[in-house]
Design a binder for this molecule. Structure first.
Ligand SMILES: [Fe+2]
Ligand SMILES: [Fe+2]
Length: 171
């Protein structure tokens, strides 16, 4: 769906976080394999697009600008951890023994990651704002790329994610 109102980068990324949180809550309440699979796929799609636009646009803009570069490195590693679970969930089905557990652990990982991004003062977004990044320009770039990737993944399927920090996992 195209974004109608223009959002700055942080508003856009936070909105994505809320969307995924809602989907995880829906998954918890869902019964029936078909419904569960549909919600889980949507979670994986949203997260794949979100991770890609952060890694292509937002995180590189933070590099060399924010105070705590370790936080940025951790963010890349957290994304990669999520990608492993996303790949597992997309390749599996709700009847699998560990399917629900994988979705649950993905939810917990994402909750932690979102907290690291949104935390007041020392969070990644706060640091990016403090560093004076142009959030309006970044917001436009993120929105454009998000629309492009969402359409691509909805029509052509969600591609296997690329790991940025892990060389030995064999994904
Ligand atoms: Fe994020
Ligand atoms: Fe992130």
């Amino acid at each position: 769906m195209a974004e109608t109102a223009k959002m700055d980068a942080i508003a856009l990324l936070k909105k994505d976080h809320r969307t995924v949180e809602d989907l995880f809550a829906e998954f918890e309440k869902a019964s029936g394999d078909g419904r569960k699979e549909k919600i889980a796929r949507q979670i994986c799609l949203e997260l794949s697009v979100h991770a890609m636009i952060e890694e292509e646009i937002f995180y590189p803009a933070c590099e060399g600008k924010i105070e705590d570069e370790d936080l940025l490195k951790e963010a890349y590693v957290e994304h990669d951890g999520a990608k492993v679970l996303i790949t597992e969930i997309l390749g599996g089905e709700p009847s699998d023994e560990f399917y629900d557990a994988k979705v649950k652990v993905l939810q917990e990982e994402i909750e932690h990651h979102v907290e690291e991004e949104e935390k007041r003062m020392e969070g990644l977004f706060s640091q990016a704002r403090k560093a004076g990044l142009d959030m309006d320009v970044l917001g436009e770039q993120l929105a454009a790329r998000k629309a492009e990737l969402t359409q691509e993944f909805e029509t052509g399927g969600i591609p296997k994610p690329e790991l940025k920090t892990m060389e030995r996992a064999g994904l």
